[in-house]
Write a protein that binds this ligand. Structure first.
Ligand SMILES: NC(=O)c1ccc[n+]([C@@H]2O[C@H](COP(=O)([O-])OP(=O)(O)OC[C@H]3O[C@@H](n4cnc5c(N)ncnc54)[C@H](OP(=O)(O)O)[C@@H]3O)[C@@H](O)[C@H]2O)c1
Length: 397
């Protein structure tokens, strides 16, 4: 068996750690060539460097790189700082594979840098495809780089679609757990706390995707991701609530037959699939079908979860709309996590930002990056205005 060398970006996060579990399980098959992270969790990164001995490491900030170098001492790997250094790791063609597990549109530069350099990109960073899906997929096709999704829904679709003729497919069906607020009223959702929103019922994930799951924006991002990955129109990608999270997604064929992929809620499964495709690696244990209980399905209520409706509109509109929506969502989710805005303000900020940032129908990459920046500035302004208005209201009241 040949060794697969991996560049792992976002190594300290939830997907990053799952990826290293998979590597740890099969050290003869995988070798970690490089690690990258934001630099906010140096304890974890230091432990990872000591355990996996990568040749190169990069973090987002200068101070974190200096501190990491100091901690690792003289026998350290090359440690670099800044977004360009992280993208340079992604572009290193001595690795076979990039696992992009960076959170947010900050991961786009690395996805683009890896195209044409590595043989395979295993993509957890869905925001790359939301912010610039057409550009990414055009380059992927031109360069012949393999793109295998890590998102569990897209991994499920990849497995169901594998080798099947597109003409026979009626629709893709993404399943959603419904998040922690599935049964709450609109008023209770609007005033939910950070703790409530982070308490996902079935998956343990990073903070940003946990909030996206509570607003159901995550499902909207996934519709856009699926649209680009599988070159499928948004109006033939449906979302169904499936609270047990056993079926990860489905493909319905023209004859009414449906293929579904089932499995545990453990991201090591899609990571393993993405790293080893088309082979199947062995995983420990077997999924106990008799222990999972009944499987249920519900329609989505877009009124209580307006972020999903906003994302589906942006998917249909195309152009710069998904990039603007994604950037505004990142700003609004960040502000909610800092407890600067209420949960209910997230969709308002995104919708208002979409209404202000100029729309471009056929954007270049520069247009998309510009739209992302403009949306961040606009959403930030709206967060600050909201905070000031609230302060005035409190003083008056
Ligand atoms: N978690 C899941 O189960 C899951 C499932 C499907 C898809 N995804 C997708 O996978 C991606 C990662 O999610 P996650 O839950 O693993 O997030 P997470 O736990 O928050 O981890 C994010 C990782 O990205 C790093 N990072 C943040 N900003 C960075 C920057 N500017 N440059 C380089 N690295 C940066 C973080 O480093 P620091 O630790 O230094 O901040 C951390 O290593 C997201 O796109 C998410 O939507 C996640």
């Amino acid at each position: 068996m040949s060794v697969t060398t991996i560049t792992l970006l976002g190594s300290t996060g939830s997907i990053g750690r799952s990826t290293l579990d998979v590597v740890r399980d099969d050290p003869r098959r995988f070798r970690v060539a490089a690690l990258g992270a934001g630099g906010n969790d140096l304890d974890t990164l230091e432990r990872q460097v000591r355990e996996f001995s990568p040749r190169r490491v990069a973090v987002a900030g200068e101070a974190a790189a200096e501190e990491l170098s100091r901690r690792l001492g003289r026998r350290r790997p090359e440690v670099a700082a800044g977004p360009d250094a992280i993208a340079a790791l992604a572009a290193d063609n001595s690795s076979d594979c990039l696992v992009n597990a960076i959170v947010g549109a900050a991961g786009l530069g690395s996805t683009l840098a890896a195209i044409g350099a590595v043989k395979r990109i295993c993509l957890a960073n869905k925001e790359s495809l939301v912010a610039a899906g057409t550009v990414v997929m055009d380059r992927i096709e031109r360069e012949g780089t393999e793109l295998i999704p890590i998102d569990s829904e897209h991994s499920a679709l990849h497995q169901c679609l594998d080798g099947r003729k597109r003409e026979g497919i009626a629709r893709l069906v993404l399943t959603a757990s419904g998040g922690p607020f599935r049964k709450l009223s609109a008023a209770s959702i609007a005033s939910a706390s950070v703790g409530d929103a982070l308490a996902h019922p079935t998956w343990k994930m990073g903070r940003k995707i946990s909030i996206d799951s509570a607003t159901l924006m995550n499902k909207g991002l996934e519709v856009i991701e699926a649209m680009h990955l599988f070159r499928f129109p948004a109006d033939r990608i449906d979302v169904v609530i499936h609270p047990e999270s056993v079926i990860h997604s489905m493909v319905e064929f023209n004859d009414g037959s449906i293929l579904a992929q089932l499995g545990e809620t453990d991201m090591r499964h899609p990571v393993r699939y993405a790293l080893s495709y088309p082979e199947r690696m062995s995983a420990r244990g077997s999924f106990d079908l008799t222990a999972m209980g009944p499987l249920t399905f519900e329609a989505v209520d877009k009124k209580r979860f307006p972020c999903l409706a906003i994302a589906l509109d942006a998917a249909r509109k195309g152009g710069t709309a998904p990039a603007v929506m994604n950037a505004a969502n990142e700003v609004a989710v960040g502000a909610f996590l800092e407890e600067t805005i209420p949960f209910g303000a997230i969709p308002t900020i995104i919708r208002d930002t979409l209404g202000v940032v100029p729309f471009i129908e056929s954007p270049t990459l520069d247009d998309l990056l510009g739209a992302d920046l403009a949306a961040r500035a606009e959403a930030d302004r709206r967060v600050k205005n909201g905070v000031e208005e609230e302060a005035v209201r409190r003083r008056k009241g």
